[in-house]
Write a protein that binds this ligand. Structure first.
Ligand SMILES: Nc1ncnc2c1ncn2[C@@H]1O[C@H](COP(=O)(O)OP(=O)(O)OP(=O)(O)O)[C@@H](O)[C@H]1O
Length: 593
């Protein structure tokens, strides 16, 4: 995959959980303060220009129309110029504000994703991916909106102060009359948001529900079809969609009740200004221009008062979203890296010493397991389902840390290796390989992005993948469908083996990695592995006799412990439990000679 040049996040979140959410977000805002302050200053300048316009209209009317002393064209021209200036300033203010918003969002997204990537298997065992997606999108958006639009709305609210000051300087009594409806607007604005807010939350939650149903059914479409579950799943979606419809309708009802009230209050304000202002004009205490200008001010004052409610609700939503984001960021990765530790020369010796391991949910994985695998050995791990075979590989690659005992690689505890070195030395191919929706070349080169085509092909040849890849329309450049579903199970496994081989690890763990490959191909893969990279330690979780036949040594695992160790023939003769496990695998294949 080509490296995309990117900028690192400029700042993160304050790590102190005792601080308020805004204080914790402060470093982010500070990192982008230049942009934000520029935008706010510009926005303020735009407001100053904006409040001048009604005043100019007032002077224009009184001067050019009533007194007939000034030139109408001059006033009209001046107003037009101010409008253009305000337009340009607003354009720039908006541009800077949006840039701040997206820069902040970029940082936040990278910080969250970077943290997610550092989290270990145990974390992903606990959390739900749908929930994480939502945190990574809508929660980040909610925080970003409040951090950038919040200050901007506050600046816009200052227009109320500026306009009021100007009105007082023109006509104090009329200024008070013009402001009369504002407190009502502010109070109703807050009430409206309070009424609508829970419903908008409900809409969000229910939309997420629909997304989960759609997502699961698209991911699991093969199962749905296999069990003819289409109609049932359509009904499930209809139920979820109905809940969204109800929430939207309730929202619409609330809005249609509140919005006309909010829209009509300003008209009451206009009527009051016309009545009181008109009487003052008739009595000679005000000019016609003043009444017209105050009309504009009344309209100009509405939005800030209306937005008060919005900003309060945005703040509440952002606080809840921020808390959910912080919950992720505050979860420290439980697999810690010893970046600067020195690693011994790689030989490929693996030793598990009285290893105990309990999964985060309390399930016992290994229970005092002792195992020594010499460099270059090929060992098959055999055992009933759930006996702990895969767990051994996961602990050797340090996807989890042991709860007791030690896993040693070349005599050094795996916890004392830099993680990158360890993962280079212990290659693992899971039984259900995951392929990315990129080309086969890029899938194979995932662990060595700089590898050239020859190296990729060599790995594919060794994994028995070259032949079928060449037959694909675009060969190695063929882009596989999501999760590699355009390939067969056996083909996906071979690509995954090639991916592990390209890294050329001294210890290779094949976790039932050839289960979907037919016996002949499996044999070929192992033959080429043997020939190509002799001296590699290979640990195979094996269910099939054919796979077991490739091993120098067989280790029988039961209840998280080693119960027997020897050759296939030896165990068959001496260990009844071995024969039982083999019988349970339902394999009727012969061991290759
Ligand atoms: N992520 C996990 N969270 C909780 N328990 C787990 C997890 N993975 C495995 N286990 C449990 O740990 C035990 C050992 O599992 P492991 O996957 O090592 O078995 P296995 O011998 O490889 O089985 P199989 O042959 O079926 O793959 C089982 O009881 C299993 O249910």
């Amino acid at each position: 995959m080509p490296a995309v040049p990117r900028r690192a996040p400029k700042a993160g979140i304050d790590p102190d959980p005792a601080k308020t959410w805004l204080r914790r977000a402060w470093p982010l805002l500070r990192a982008h303060r230049a942009l934000l302050i520029t935008s706010l200053v510009l926005s303020f300048a735009g407001l100053i220009v904006q409040v001048q316009i009604p005043d100019l209209v007032r002077v224009g009317i009184d001067d050019a129309l009533v007194e007939r002393t000034g030139s109408l064209a001059t006033y009209a021209g001046l107003i037009a110029v101010l409008a253009v200036v305000q337009g340009v300033i607003n354009y720039l203010a908006r541009l800077y504000l949006l840039r701040t918003a997206y820069e902040l969002e970029y940082d936040l997204r990278n910080v969250v994703f970077g943290h997610l990537m550092r989290m270990s298997y145990g974390f992903y065992d606990r959390v739900q991916s749908g929930e994480l997606m939502s945190r990574a999108t809508s929660d980040i958006r909610a925080v970003q909106m409040y951090l950038t639009f919040g200050p901007s709305i506050l600046v816009q609210c200052t227009i109320a102060g500026i306009a009021f000051a100007l009105m007082v300087s023109i006509n104090p009594l009329l200024a008070v009359v013009a402001m009369l409806t504002m407190p009502a607007i502010a109070v109703l604005g807050v009430r409206m948001r309070k009424a609508i807010f829970p419903v908008s939350w409900l809409i969000q939650a229910r939309l997420a529900g629909v997304a989960t149903v759609v997502d699961e059914n698209i991911q699991g479409v093969r199962i749905v079809k296999a069990f003819a579950g289409e109609q049932r799943q359509i009904d499930t979606l209809a139920g979820a969609a109905d809940r969204v419809r109800w929430a939207y309708t309730t929202d619409a009802k609330l809005r249609s009740r509140w919005i006309p009230v909010m829209d009509n209050l300003p008209r009451l304000g206009l009527a009051l200004v016309l009545l009181v202002g008109g009487l003052m004009v008739l009595e000679g205490h005000a000019t016609v221009g003043t009444v017209v200008a105050f009309n504009s001010y009344v309209l100009m004052l509405q939005p800030p008062f209306r937005m008060l409610g919005m900003i309060i609700m945005m703040g509440q939503r952002a606080a809840a979203s921020a808390q959910r984001i912080y919950d992720i960021l505050d979860t420290a990765p439980d697999i810690t890296d010893r970046v600067d530790a020195a690693a011994p020369p790689a030989r490929g010796e693996v030793r598990l010493r009285d290893v105990r391991f309990t999964y985060p949910d309390g399930t016992v994985g290994l229970d005092g397991l002792d195992l020594h695998i010499r460099p270059g050995e090929t060992v098959a791990l055999v055992g009933a389902t759930g006996s702990g075979k895969s767990t051994i590989g996961r602990l050797a690659a340090r996807f989890y840390d042991v709860t007791g005992g030690q896993v040693l690689l070349d005599g050094v505890d795996v916890r004392d290796y830099p993680l990158a070195t360890l993962r280079d030395r212990v290659g693992i191919v899971p039984d259900e390989p995951f392929l990315f929706s990129v080309s086969l070349h890029d899938n194979i080169a995932f662990g060595r992005p700089a590898a050239d085509r020859d190296q990729v092909v060599a790995a594919a040849v060794a994994a028995g993948a070259d032949e079928f890849i060449r037959e694909l329309p675009d060969g190695y450049d063929t882009v596989v469908g999501e999760r590699g579903y355009t390939l067969s199970g056996g083909q996906r496994q071979r690509v995954a083996i090639a991916r592990a081989l390209l890294v050329n690890p001294p210890v290779l763990i094949l976790d039932d990695a050839t289960s979907a490959v037919d016996v002949r191909v499996e044999h070929e893969i192992h033959e080429s592995l043997r020939a190509l990279m002799s001296g590699r330690t290979t640990i195979m979780v094996a269910h099939r006799l054919a796979t077991i036949g490739l091993a120098d040594r067989v280790v029988l695992i039961a209840d998280g412990r080693v119960v027997a160790d020897g050759t296939h023939a030896g165990l068959l003769a001496s260990e009844p439990r071995y024969a039982q496990v083999l019988a349970a695998t339902k394999s009727d294949e012969e061991v290759p000679a």
